[in-house]
Design a protein. Sequence first.
Length: 117
Amino acid sequence: QVTLVESGGGLVQAGGSLRLSCAASGRTSSTYSKGWFRQAPGKERELVSAINWSNDNTYYADSVKGRFTISRDNARNTVYLQMNSLKPEDTADYYCNLDAYYGRRYWGQGTQVTVSS
């Protein structure tokens, strides 16, 4: 079992920055990748960014390339999402996820990000 705890959401003006954190605990030795999804009201959940835990390969959705950066702290078993130049369309609930080698996906509880224009 894996537990993911997110923090760092909030209200920010357009053009501002936020950093989301996701701390993992439990059976984390089988981590394949970690990532961030978001879900805006009335929309499907979409993958924003992900990082491969073995080789550090990263993925970014086109909508956030050049503005968001995913990183990790192995000692803290934490993944971060630095979000710069935020836009109102970035407003959503952001969810951390962990994909395990044994085929399971775990989710955090979500953190709300609101970008005002």
